[in-house]
Design a protein around this ligand. Structure first.
Ligand code: 5GP
Length: 190
């Protein structure tokens, strides 16, 4: 039987480059699968439904919670985000590693649900200036939304010590390899 998979739980401020970093990590390690979340947020340009997110109405999202399909959920900048439960359980049994990019409370909830089979990593931007530059550079949010995300990021940074590891997303390739090394180390320790 193959070894059980492990969950790599990532949090970090909006604009830290988490998406690009995880894509890079998944190209280096094809045995790692991204946990697609459900959200009530509207799709951004370039996002692919059911790949980037399962885009849901408020009503559909609430139904998912009530039917027990959601492992954890949180509210961020007035939208709801949640992790579907079944794909995670299935992947772990099949020996596939899961990576999720979720909020700090979400990461803590996953750690509590899977104490042995998860590892939490906080992603740091190289600097506050770089974070703001990246957030503005992607041109997918309004100014109001950018300001809201910058305020949220300051709050999120305060929570970094709750995580088992911290990785600075400065050099993409190095940061991706660091993430994969953390995952392997924790699989061995288990
Ligand atoms: P974005 O709107 O930029 O895609 O995501 C906003 C925030 O929601 C990010 O911090 C992201 O990590 C978080 N997020 C995405 N999916 C989930 C989820 O399933 N659960 C929780 N708790 N947070 C999520």
């Amino acid at each position: 039987m193959s070894e059980k998979g492990m969950i790599l739980v990532i949090s970090g401020p909006s604009g830290t480059g988490k998406g690009t970093l995880l894509e890079k990590a998944m190209t280096i390690n094809p045995n790692m699968k991204y946990s697609t979340s459900a959200t009530t947020r509207k799709p951004r340009a370039g996002e692919v439904p059911d790949v980037s997110y399962f885009f849901k109405t408020e009503e559909e999202f609430n139904e998912m919670i009530e039917s027990g399909e959601i492992l954890e959920w949180d509210e961020f900048c007035k939208n709801k985000y949640g992790t579907p439960k079944t794909p995670v359980a299935k992947a772990l049994e099949q020996g596939i590693d899961i990576v999720m990019d979720i909020t700090v409370p979400g990461a803590m909830a996953v750690k509590e649900a899977f104490p042995e089979d998860s590892v939490t990593v906080f992603i740091l931007p190289p600097s506050q200036e770089e974070l703001e530059r990246r957030l503005r550079g992607r041109q997918t949010e309004t100014e109001e939304e950018i300001l809201r995300r910058l305020a949220a990021s300051a709050k999120e940074l305060e929570a970094q010590d709750l995580f088992q590891y911290k990785v600075v997303n400065d050099n993409l390739e190095e940061a991706a390899n660091e993430l994969l090394a953390i995952l392997e180390e924790n699989k061995k320790k288990r």
